[in-house]
Design a protein around this ligand. Structure first.
Ligand SMILES: [Zn+2]
Ligand SMILES: [Zn+2]
Length: 464
């Protein structure tokens, strides 16, 4: 496959045997003024035999796409595809039944300055390279991590597109992708894993140390050709994403795509912290600090794991009411009640076996240890801004045999855990519809974010 370097495409060009011939053809087409009637002539000038058929059309994958030309031309292996605006050309041999292999344009919410509203812009997005897939998104949920990044709490490059809790339909696949097909319904996650490093081979994909072309070369650029960073490995506040094949998981077409989007992060993170990180066993007692979109999933997972007592802690009564609907047996309002006193009273002064800190708040991280029974474990799930430090008493931790565990993305394994969660949903065990507070258009994404910041929403979705 050969592709011209283009201001719209920050990726590397490749060479094929006939690259120079193809380049001459492309230049001739450009000089010809792209008159459709002349394409046959241009083609025959350069290759002796004219193409068998020629079509001018719009890219199949975006209503915003520019014109391209399809030529059925045996000397080039069957088909050639050329776009004047994008400067992209594919020869037939590499252009199989993989869907549209054009780079194209799409709309996305771009962060150009930390703490400022996102701007809706038209961006160019490259075709998927080897091992990558392009997905047309159906929905992307807004997660607190997106807001932390957009507010600058964790640094990172700008301009960027955030968004990482998404679902959609596979539109094209790069070379070497064997288990995904055009038309597959998928969940798109930020977990990019090589499958071969020392972490991946132990199913700790969230700590993968593999290297990916997407880590160094973003598939996104703006109208001026300036690169736009792919935030959270996904850039899913957009109509299309190009991600590594490991980041997606095929789901049955029987589950609504918008509902499935929240499996990618919020559900996986809250549920996985209980099932994968803490491995809560039947008969355990649990406290969940923070009952937002992650916390309620820790509550659901505690129910599935057979916990006998699940104490929800939050500052809002509405959230505590919801927590009870998701399976909490008790609720403590941390603004109105003494949390330690109440949890001790509810557990015969013993404390809980597991405390999940699902909010990125220093005081919650410190308080969790005071709620623990002997041999109990506190699990840090929510992440505060960089540099925030919590204090604890190491002597007490050691003498009581307690543990402090970190849980990133629920220690999730995309292709192991997402089908399991889909199965639980379809059996009526896992609530997902109830987690969705609102649906917004991309143009209204700043309203959706503001609502999350006010604490009103479990999960707000941007739907495309
Ligand atoms: Zn997230
Ligand atoms: Zn790896």
């Amino acid at each position: 496959m050969w592709r011209e370097d283009s201001p719209h495409c920050g990726r590397q060009s490749r060479s094929i045997e006939s690259a120079s011939v193809v380049r001459r053809f492309a230049q001739s087409v450009r000089h010809s003024g792209i008159a459709h009637s002349r394409l046959h002539k241009v083609a025959s000038d350069h290759r002796g035999s004219p193409p068998l058929a020629c079509a001018v059309s719009r890219c199949c994958c975006s209503p915003h796409t520019r014109l391209y030309y399809t030529l059925h031309w045996p000397p080039f292996g069957g088909r050639v595809l050329y776009s004047r605006e994008l400067g992209v050309l594919y020869s037939g041999a590499d252009w199989g039944d993989e869907g549209c292999m054009l780079g194209c344009t799409m709309r996305a919410a771009v962060c150009r300055e930390f703490g400022r509203p996102l701007s809706i812009e038209e961006l160019a997005i490259a075709a998927p390279e080897r091992g990558e897939v392009r997905v047309r998104l159906s929905a992307c949920a807004i997660c607190h991590s997106d807001i932390m990044f957009a507010d600058g709490a964790w640094g990172g490059d700008l301009p960027a597109v955030f968004g990482h809790e998404a679902s959609g339909i596979v539109e094209s696949v790069g070379g070497g992708v064997i288990d995904l097909s055009v038309g597959d319904h998928v969940v798109v996650t930020l977990i990019r894993s090589c499958g071969q490093c020392s972490y991946c081979t132990r199913s700790i994909e969230t700590q993968c140390e593999g290297a990916f072309e997407l880590d160094i070369s973003t598939p996104l650029s703006d109208r001026l050709g300036e690169p736009i960073a792919q935030g959270l490995n996904s850039a899913a506040f957009a109509e299309l994403v190009v991600v590594d094949q490991s980041q997606v998981c095929v789901i049955p077409k029987t589950i609504p795509l918008d509902v499935a989007s929240i499996l990618a992060c919020g559900v996986l993170t809250g549920f996985g912290a209980v099932v994968n990180t803490a491995r809560v066993s039947a008969g355990s007692t649990v406290a969940v600090l923070g009952c937002g979109g992650v916390g309620v999933n820790s509550i659901q997972a505690s129910v599935v794991s057979g916990a006998i007592q699940i104490i929800a802690v939050d500052i809002l009564d509405e959230k505590l009411e919801l927590a009870r609907k998701f399976g909490a047996t008790h609720a403590v309002n941390s603004q109105q009640q003494d949390v330690v006193e109440n949890v001790m009273a509810l557990t015969n002064q013993r404390g809980v076996d597991f405390a999940f800190i699902t909010v990125g708040v220093k005081s919650a991280a410190e308080q969790a240890l005071a709620l623990l029974a002997r041999a109990g474990a506190a699990v840090v799930v929510g992440m505060p801004a960089s540099g925030v430090c919590a204090e604890y008493d190491p002597g007490a931790l050691a003498s009581k045999g307690q543990s402090l565990l970190g849980s990133k993305m629920g220690a999730g394994s995309v292709r192991r855990d997402i089908p399991y969660l889909v199965d639980l949903y379809q059996r009526g065990v896992l609530k997902l519809d109830e987690l969705i507070s609102g649906r917004y258009r991309l143009d209204d994404i700043n309203d959706a974010i503001a609502s999350v910041k006010r604490g009103e929403a479990l999960r707000n979705l941007v739907v495309f």
